[in-house]
Write a protein that binds this ligand. Structure first.
Ligand code: C2E
Ligand code: MG
Ligand code: MG
Ligand code: MG
Length: 290
């Protein structure tokens, strides 16, 4: 298209492309040192029961704070880490940090909950994964049932290999959930063969629940199918009370989203937990001063 619009447009377009890949190259080499320079950290986002009341888990979300580039979105740097293969080392760091953090919280007396860790398809295909997970748990002293691994449908591209890996992880006692459910292209027929605990309803279906009858129908169908298959459901990206109420009425088991709490660092999450303990419902609406 650009070449029909004359030479100037084309040059402009080409320069833009070059700039983008220059940033990518810079990020890629900076990422190589991110771990040793302690630029990576985890934020945690609460997962609540269907009523939005009880804390049942936290999802660990990776953050990269570069001294020059600032916060780089995982949507931008995780694909780079996957291409370079670095995601294996970074992913192990995420896993170890998350399970050690949950162990510390449990020891400090927080109510029992799980920590959910995202796995890249590249990590998932790495042969050593079940051993890496087992060692991370035993080094932290955290029982396996406290860990949930979030997989995406892309891991199911090779179904028989995926089943073997999932079975090995399941045998350790960890929970498996399928993230961004409904956006991939995995065959529904595999759902019954995967040892899954939870389907995570993608936020793209949740976003327009109030206005789009198609999205409502899709969400209802996912919840009903999950129930029939004995899987739990969690909705991600729940931002409004109307979305929450619809999901709750439909029987969605768990909720996650800005409606309840944004992802935040460990210290801020501790304060959030401490602050809501005596409250009957999530402390999102400002309290009226007594
Ligand atoms: P995801 O696993 O589907 O995570 C959900 C994303 O939605 C997170 O974005 C979260 O901050 C955001 N979110 C949570 N609640 C709401 C809400 O109410 N509204 C909206 N609009 N967004 C909400 P984030 O943290 O930028 O992460 C983006 C993606 O990067 C994740 O999507 C996941 O695929 C990937 N990612 C994050 N951390 C890791 C990691 O440690 N390892 C791997 N392999 N991937 C990760
Ligand atoms: Mg996730
Ligand atoms: Mg997701
Ligand atoms: Mg998502």
């Amino acid at each position: 298209r650009a070449k029909h619009e004359g030479k100037a447009t084309w040059r402009f377009f080409a320069a833009g492309m070059q700039q983008r890949s220059a940033r990518q190259l810079q990020l890629e080499s900076a990422l190589r040192r991110a771990l040793e320079r302690n630029e990576l950290l985890l934020h945690y986002q609460p997962q609540l029961d269907g009523n939005g009341e009880q804390l049942v888990g936290v999802e660990a979300l990776l953050r990269w704070k570069h001294p020059e580039f600032g916060f780089v979105s995982p949507a931008e740097f995780i694909p780079l880490a996957e291409t370079s293969g670095q995601i294996v080392a970074i992913g192990e760091w995420v896993l170890r940090t998350a399970v050690a953090q949950l162990k510390a919280w449990i020891d400090a007396g927080v109510p029992p909950m799980v920590v959910a860790v995202n796995l890249s398809a590249v990590q998932f295909r790495h042969v050593g994964l079940p051993n890496v997970v087992a060692r991370a748990l035993s080094d932290a002293g955290l029982p396996a049932q406290y860990l949930e691994l979030e997989l995406t449908e892309s891991v199911t591209a090779n179904p028989s290999a995926a089943i073997a890996t999932m079975d090995a992880l399941h045998a350790l006692g960890v929970r498996l959930s399928l993230d961004d459910f409904g956006t991939g292209y995995s065959s529904l027929s595999y759902l019954k063969r995967f040892p899954l605990h939870t389907l995570k309803i993608d936020q793209s279906f949740v976003r327009d629940i109030d206005t789009d009858p198609d999205d409502r129908a899709i969400v209802q169908a996912i919840i009903q199918m999950a129930r029939a298959l004995n899987l739990k459901t969690i909705a991600e990206g729940v931002e409004t009370d109307a979305q929450h109420q619809f999901l709750r009425r439909e029987g969605c088991d768990m909720m996650q989203g800005y409606r309840f709490c944004r992802p935040m660092d460990a210290a801020a999450l501790e304060m959030w937990i401490a602050g809501r303990e005596p409250l009957p419902s999530p402390n999102v609406v400002p309290m009226i001063a007594a």
